[in-house]
Design a protein around this ligand. Structure first.
Ligand code: ZN
Length: 251
């Protein structure tokens, strides 16, 4: 089966549409949280994401925008956008976001894989370094964990002899591209498809991944999208301009 992995869409409709247009054929869609927050199209993105399937885990921004957590832990940019998003969401979309399940979520039909937003141990924890990844990699019995939250495409692995991190390396900075990772037997993986709507790995292109469970290959993708349209919506909504300018830098 072929599973399309989307994470951290962050209410960026233009980036989501570009990913869906660029994605190869898939059977199911899994969503790793932060459907909303930062971007200026929360209702449109919720509508679109809901139409893609039922596999979701919630992100911290989904919780913040629906009152499930206090905003005191959020930086001012994140808090401002969470309040704005809360005001924008329709009652139906608010209720849907609020009811998203907490990870880890076992992937139905993929018995060897699970979905989380942050870390398998804590949905709000950031797995940035190999040090962050080692604890879950060594503790987890599920070989394959798909995670988001950091907005950094790539991941970590551990087997009997070694553990390391990896990042897909692309040839261009502006074209649609894909890099494949062949999964090895007897190895545990934490894999981040990257952020659809607000990449922070220095690459402005929208990120996603596709997992082919039969071939045991993860295909990482980057695709250009209509950046200006996404930025214009943020300016028009009177959200902090930094939320628009950072999209161009991928930071
Ligand atoms: Zn996020």
């Amino acid at each position: 089966m072929r599973l399309l992995l989307l994470s951290d869409i962050h209410a960026n409709l233009e980036a989501l549409e570009a990913c869906l247009a660029a994605a190869p054929e898939y059977d199911f869609v899994a969503n790793l949280g932060d459907v909303v927050g930062y971007g200026a199209s929360p209702n449109e993105v919720v509508e679109r994401a809901r139409g893609l399937g039922k596999m979701f885990v919630r992100g911290n921004h989904d919780k913040a925008a629906t009152g499930l957590i206090e905003l005191s832990d959020f930086n001012p940019l994140a808090a401002t956008s969470a309040v704005w998003t809360r005001d924008q969401l329709t009652a139906e979309h608010h209720q849907w976001l609020q009811s998203l399940p907490q990870g880890p979520l076992a992937l139905e039909g993929f018995s060897q894989a699970q979905l989380v937003h942050g870390s398998p141990a804590d949905e709000d924890l950031y797995v940035v370094s190999l040090g962050d990844a080692l604890v879950p990699l060594l503790a987890e019995t599920t070989p394959l964990t798909f995670f988001g939250h950091t907005h950094l495409q790539g991941g970590f692995f551990a087997n009997g002899n070694s553990a390391d991190g990896f990042r897909p390396e692309y040839r261009t900075v502006g074209k649609a591209e894909s890099v494949s990772l062949q999964l090895k037997p007897a190895t545990r993986y934490l894999i981040n498809p990257g952020s659809v709507g607000q990449p922070r790995d220095g690459d402005w292109r929208a990120a996603f991944a596709l997992f082919d469970s039969h071939a045991q290959v993860v295909h990482f993708h980057r695709t250009p999208y209509n950046l200006k349209a996404a930025q214009d919506r943020i300016f028009a909504a009177n959200l902090p301009p930094r939320l628009a300018t950072r999209l161009a830098a991928g930071r």
